[in-house]
Design a protein around this ligand. Structure first.
Ligand SMILES: [Zn+2]
Length: 143
């Protein structure tokens, strides 16, 4: 591996040029890692971005993203959106969850484990469906 030090040239991704270009090392993070580099093209100084690492990271991000949508993470994202909308729609005051209490549609429940939820559906006399930030849950009430 070529020696690198302040004043030496190194390839880095340039934020401004959006290209992998020759940069001059301005400061070093440690013996082998440049900290700040100056772009020889636009003369801008910025943090060193290893062009190889940048590429790798992007492809990993892409893999994570597709894995997320495949494993249903995308669904919980939209649950979060629905949850936010449900909270904005209702004018009820949040109440602590207690299965002895009676809850109605649109009521906000403060659940000790799941956080704030909104009653979305009355399943039967003793069950309600509540939307929480991460998922729908069935809770008991009027017990
Ligand atoms: Zn540049």
């Amino acid at each position: 591996m070529a020696e690198i030090s302040v004043g030496k040239e190194i390839l880095s991704q340039c934020n401004k040029c959006k290209l992998i270009l020759a940069h001059i090392i301005v400061t070093m993070k440690d013996a082998t890692t440049p900290d700040k580099v100056m772009c020889k093209t636009c003369k801008g100084t910025h943090g060193f971005k290893d062009p190889g690492a940048t590429k790798k990271k992007t492809s990993i991000d892409r893999v994570i993203k597709s894995a997320k949508s495949a494993s249903g993470k995308k669904v919980s994202e939209s649950v979060a959106e629905l949850w936010t909308k449900a909270l904005n729609r209702t004018t009820s005051k949040a109440r602590s969850y207690n299965m002895k209490d009676s809850f109605a549609l649109g009521d906000i429940i403060d659940h000790p484990t799941f956080g704030q939820g909104v009653v979305e559906r009355l399943i039967d006399n003793n069950k309600i469906e509540v939307i929480f930030q991460d998922d729908y849950r069935t809770l008991l009430h009027k017990k």
